[in-house]
Design a protein around this ligand. Structure first.
Ligand code: ZN
Ligand code: ZN
Length: 183
């Protein structure tokens, strides 16, 4: 999936006054997510741990989303996994501001029924913490561009063969020397 179902939190009495705050934890039982072209599976969904604070003109939500994702190594195409530990940060204003540009980091609005939807903020945090390049291990050797062998399992011989071919080829400026007969 490429969005989350709504995660609705009611702003009850505990968040009524400026300075009030409410810690909140929960988990979302999603089994996969995608960013761009890539799809990742989540063995145990994701869990979030946030604090909602009444900041006067809105509700500030900050915290963290965690999960363990599995996908494909970008170099060798074998399974690759990584931990998500993304920072959640979102501001939900009670009313549409007159000067929206004053909020440089953007904002959401508190719903007319005095609720906030955390799903967008959690989603953003997950995507932000998903590595741009996913590797099975930092030094993954990848696939041989010639024969497609997984080079993590050892050399396939193409590199040596190519080197030999080049030594023997006409493009090698030194190839002619081989045939040079020194009397
Ligand atoms: Zn790899
Ligand atoms: Zn090869």
């Amino acid at each position: 999936m490429d969005t989350l179902k709504p995660v609705i939190v009611e702003i009850g009495e505990t968040l009524e006054n400026p300075g009030d705050s409410l810690p909140l934890t929960g988990s979302l039982p999603i089994d996969s997510y995608s960013t761009g072209e890539k799809e990742f599976t989540l063995a145990d969904g994701v869990s979030y741990d946030v604090v909602l604070t009444n900041a006067g003109d809105g509700i500030l939500v900050s915290g963290i989303v965690r999960g363990h994702a599995e996908g494909q190594c970008d170099r060798c195409l074998e399974p690759a996994s990584f931990d998500i530990s993304g920072e959640i940060e979102e501001y939900y204003l009670f009313e549409e501001p007159e000067d929206a540009e004053a909020y440089e980091d953007g904002f959401e609005l508190v719903g007319p029924d005095r609720t906030v939807d955390l799903s967008g903020a959690i989603w953003d945090a997950m995507v932000m913490d998903t590595p741009f390049v996913v590797l099975c291990r930092p030094d993954c050797a990848g696939l041989c561009p010639m024969c497609g062998a997984n080079l993590n399992e050892g050399p396939c011989g193409c590199a040596e063969a190519a080197e030999q071919a080049w030594v023997d080829s006409d493009e090698n400026p030194f190839a002619a020397l081989k045939n040079l007969k020194l009397d």
